[in-house]
Unconditional design. Structure first.
Length: 292
């Protein structure tokens, strides 16, 4: 049988690796002595070099860093969402539900030494007492948390522990109705008094809106200054976060009978909202730029 070039080329890989029998080896060698094409094929096989393995791990390290960063951002984003919903839930559970005046809710007793003791029933979770010269005004409230989960205890407080004179004690209702005189004589010639909610939360919202507007104007003015513009964009997020926080906790209401508590709650919620806005904008920019 005539040995063709195709047969020899099929055998050449085995021949190069010394895997052929002695007879086959002789057949291949006899053929390549007279065949220039097969001889060139053999030489190319002998001179073949393996493609070197790329040992540069830098691209893989960059990918690994991006994946790790994305994972951390996802974890932080989730944790912030949980924190935000937890703060909102806690704020609503502990929000004061002001109680209208009733003798079963608050009682007052004056002792021979002139000291006045005020006692709140188990329906009361907390109270607030304010002094204006020789007059006092107070109110009481319950919360959803105390109503359905915790149990209140009867609370008593000495209104004038040093025996100072008390001319009048009012109980103010948080529904906008007039205050109820529960002890003494009214210091006002025209009759009673009415305790109004504080407007301080409205001032803070107005300040936040002013800062947002100011930063917006400055961003337009310095739009060609990249570093300053980026800094202003980060600054503007804080008053925006404060406004969002106020809406989450107070809605559109800007008055409050417990302004200090509400302000601290809004500030506490502002921080995670600011962080989540910052992360969200960063992720959006990467997605928009095609890098993630």
């Amino acid at each position: 049988m005539k040995v063709t070039c195709n047969i020899v080329k099929d055998l050449l890989p085995l021949y190069v690796e010394n895997l052929t029998s002695e007879d086959t080896r002789k057949i291949v060698e006899e053929h390549i002595e007279n065949c220039q094409d097969c001889r060139r094929e053999l030489e190319s096989m002998k001179n073949y070099k393996e493609i070197p393995i790329d040992t540069n791990m830098e691209p893989f390290k960059k990918i690994e860093k991006k994946l790790f960063k994305n994972k951390v951002e996802t974890i932080v984003f989730t944790a912030l969402l949980v924190l935000i919903f937890s703060i909102i839930a806690l704020a609503y559970l502990t929000a004061p539900e002001y109680l209208p005046y009733s003798s079963s809710i608050v009682s007052l007793k004056e002792y021979e030494d002139g000291k006045i003791v005020i006692t709140f029933s188990e329906e009361v979770a907390g109270y607030d007492i304010n002094k204006y010269e020789d007059s006092y005004s107070l109110t009481a409230w319950n919360t959803a948390l105390n109503k359905y989960v915790l149990k209140n205890k009867r609370q008593s407080i000495v209104l004038n522990p040093d025996g100072e004179e008390v001319k009048s004690v009012y109980y103010y209702n948080a529904d906008g109705t007039g205050d109820v005189l529960i002890y003494g004589v009214s210091p006002y010639n025209f009759g009673g008094q009415k305790t109004l909610p504080r407007l301080v939360l409205g001032y803070y919202v107005a300040m936040a809106l002013f800062v947002v507007a100011l930063c917006g104007i400055l961003i337009l003015i310095f739009k060609k200054h990249e570093n300053l513009k980026n800094f202003l964009k980060k600054v503007i997020l804080f008053p925006i976060s404060y406004i969002i926080s106020h809406i989450c906790l107070k809605g559109l209401t800007i008055t409050s009978y417990s302004s200090q508590r509400d302000f601290l709650g809004i500030l506490l919620l502002t921080v995670p909202i600011y962080c989540i806005l910052t992360i969200g904008i960063s992720v959006y920019k990467r997605l928009k730029g095609g890098v993630y």
